[in-house]
Write a protein that binds this ligand. Structure first.
Ligand code: GLA
Ligand code: ZN
Length: 681
């Protein structure tokens, strides 16, 4: 598929706009246009959840209101991202065709209501979606205001109805061909679970089977494929009628720890969208972590979604203030809105879009942050801060389309996360695969070293350093990919709980896989899982570091020992090793360490690989510098994620795009202040 880009040279600023909620309020609709200009907003996402306004009764369509809004936005100089409305459907449809509604995992048929409550298999739902999407494409596909298609909304969830069971069985037949193969992959004889007829296959359920790991894994894979299949069905008329308009669907994160969304494999989904877009809602100013630590997590997840296509992405939703669904919905402190918006751009976004333009008057989102509050005023603080972001985006518009370049990659694998979370063993409360990756990432974020977060589909050869901790599930293909990478000169870091099962979640036989033994020069024997309060210690370079949760017990073969355990029955055994393999090097970190160890360990690798040689800005912890590059120049986003003033030293002189001044030597950043500095190459 050809990657398309958004045909507008501005950084996008605006967001979800729901005039369909305000059709009885002409004054409000009129005021929207005035306020949009004042907010320096240029892009609006229309039509998300607008099906009942578009097709109030079956087969009778009403587009006048949408015609008028799109035209008005266009006349104002704005552009439109048009959504297909399949995320929620009109009540008449659920009533007349109950098959469109979901069946839950405990085989309960849902009533009409909520959203994202539809069956991805239902032929009727697919037919209804095809009709409305074609109508939208025919009417707006060639409208000059149309910038992009936004398919549905935050695809998620699964359906366990009979239609979906049939599709699952067919998917399995295609994958395995024979029941023998399926039974082997699922370890059938265990608890007498051998299947003798495809019709005996049932999706995982809390009232039925939930402990066959191969089944669970395949169900998740199927749900991803089925969701993508539904998406592909949605885009048929759009591609046909408006082939040059890029298509996206908004991805998500799981919010408390801001880790990748769990239940769909976005590395598969990303192959089918033209541009990755996603909805980012960090809990700024929370009471469990420091601003800088949350900022590093935001960096991690943006780098992951950017790396899915290795091109600029879009922030499709964010909030100007707070949300309505965190445990505590705290508002952003003054300055945080500009800082956090610039952080998106710094990590490769070409937009700052919001949910939502205007606070709805009723229902569950009436107190969710918005650009325009119930006071309908442009004088309140939030509106003013939004408008300041609009102004800043205009000043830095030239960064649009520029890229980030990284020599370091961290591997994140969705399927590995599924399998590891499913594994009964270790400790459910401490597995924390994505959180562990965030910790490794921090050691680079603190040093302003760009990192790509890649999946196993992606090429590794261009990276100097590949970090792949906790890769519990490794197929033989993955292992040979890693072997090639190291043999050809790459540096690889692995850790505890790696290489234990294959791609169907069956344990590797004959101990740790032979190729891994060769790459790392060790033989892994046991993984010791500790209680949350247990501690051990390792010594590395003459210093001691606390370790917890997991300790791998392994035999050294060819590897050099870098650290040893200080306590317990594996006292003095190796804890961290390095091994030369082919033209490259491999490191194995046997235990979960405190952050200081990762920082010191990676500092050695950073020096050895000359990874931080280009640092031109020096600062204390809590300031982050992120870089985007064009052919002629580069941009450094200097961001203060602390509540204190920060002195920052510039080794070169730069042009500050926000203040339009030359900056050199020493500058001071106020709490939450951000600078965007430019320099010719
Ligand atoms: C999601 C949805 C939006 C809205 C926001 C609220 O991202 O896509 O429709 O509900 O959450 O934060
Ligand atoms: Zn279904």
């Amino acid at each position: 598929m050809i990657d398309k880009t958004v045909a507008d040279n501005r950084l996008l600023h605006g967001g979800d706009y729901n005039p369909d909620q305000w059709l009885d309020y002409p004054e409000i609709l009129k005021d929207d246009l005035r306020l949009m200009k004042l907010a320096k907003a240029n892009t609006f996402t229309l039509g998300v959840f607008a099906w009942s306004a578009l097709e109030p009764t079956e087969g009778e369509f009403q587009f006048d209101w949408l015609d008028e809004r799109i035209e008005a936005i266009y006349q104002m100089g704005g552009r439109v991202i048009l959504a297909t409305p399949s995320g929620a459907r009109p009540a008449w449809m659920s009533k007349k065709y109950p098959e469109v509604l979901r069946t839950t995992e405990n085989r309960m048929k849902m009533l009409h209501g909520g959203r994202h409550n539809h069956c991805f298999s239902s032929p009727i739902y697919r037919e209804k979606v095809a009709i409305i999407n074609r109508k939208l494409a025919e009417r707006y596909g060639n409208h000059p205001a149309l910038l992009m298609w936004h398919i549905s909304n935050e695809y998620s969830g699964d359906c366990h109805c009979e239609l979906c069971q049939d599709n699952f069985r067919n998917w399995l037949k295609k994958k395995y061909g024979t029941l023998d193969k399926l039974n082997h992959a699922w370890w059938g004889p265990f608890w007498s679970h051998t299947i003798t007829d495809w019709l005996e296959v049932e999706s995982p359920s809390s009232i039925g089977e939930s402990m066959v790991h191969g089944l669970n894994l395949d169900w998740k894979r199927f749900v991803t494929d089925q969701t993508i299949d539904f998406y592909k069905h949605e885009i048929v008329p759009l591609r046909e009628i408006s082939p040059s308009i890029p298509i996206t669907t908004n991805f998500m994160a799981d919010t408390h720890d801001l880790i990748p969304f769990q239940s769909l494999n976005y590395s598969e989904f990303a192959k089918h969208v033209d541009i990755v877009s996603w909805d980012c809602y960090p809990a700024w100013h929370n009471d469990w972590e420091e601003t800088k630590d949350l900022a590093a997590k935001v960096g991690f997840i943006n780098d992951l979604y950017r790396s899915l296509k290795q091109q600029p992405f879009l922030i499709m939703e964010s909030t100007p203030s707070g949300v309505n669904w965190h445990d505590v919905n705290k508002t952003k402190r003054p300055g945080m809105h500009l800082l956090s918006s610039m952080q998106f751009i710094a990590h490769g976004s070409d937009s700052v879009l919001y949910f939502q333009w205007r606070k709805s008057r009723g229902s569950s989102e009436k107190f969710h942050g918005a650009v325009v509050d119930h006071d309908n005023s442009e004088t309140n603080r939030v509106f003013q801060e939004v408008s300041a972001v609009g102004g800043a985006l205009e000043k830095i518009a030239e960064v649009k389309g520029t890229h980030k370049q990284a020599r370091v990659a961290i591997v994140y694998d969705w399927e590995n996360n599924w399998a590891l979370n499913d594994a009964q063993g270790f400790s459910d409360s401490t597995k924390q695969y994505p959180q562990t990756l965030q910790k490794h990432y921090q050691s680079f974020w603190k040093k302003d070293i760009s990192v790509d977060i890649v999946t196993l589909n992606q090429e590794l050869a261009s990276y100097d350093l590949v970090i792949a901790p906790m890769l519990y599930m490794m197929s033989l293909d993955t292992i040979s990919k890693l072997e090639n990478y190291v043999a050809n000169g790459g540096t690889l870091v692995s850790s505890y709980i790696s290489g234990l099962v294959n791609e169907t979640d069956l344990a590797h036989l004959s101990g740790w896989p032979a190729t891994l033994k060769r790459i790392f020069g060790i033989d892994v024997k046991e993984t010791d899982t500790l209680y949350p309060k247990d501690r051990n210690t390792l010594t590395y370079n003459g210093k001691q570091y606390e370790i917890k949760d997991y300790c791998t017990i392994f035999e050294r073969k060819e590897a050099n020992i870098l650290a040893t355990y200080m306590e317990d029955f594996y006292q003095e055994n190796p804890a961290v090793v390095e091994n030369c393999y082919g033209k490259g090097k491999a490191y194995f970190i046997g235990a979960r360490t405190e952050q200081a160890f990762l920082d010191d360990f990676y500092e050695e690798l950073q020096k050895e690989g000359n990874l931080d040689s280009e640092r031109e800005i020096l600062h204390k912890e809590g300031v982050s510098v992120q870089r985007r590059d064009s052919a002629e120049c580069y941009y450094l986003f200097v961001m203060n994620f602390t509540e204190q003033k920060q002195a920052v030293t510039l080794k070169e002189s730069f042009f500050d795009l926000l203040t339009q001044e030359i900056k050199q030597e020493q500058i001071e950043l106020l709490p939450y202040e951000v600078r965007v500095l430019k320099r010719e190459k």
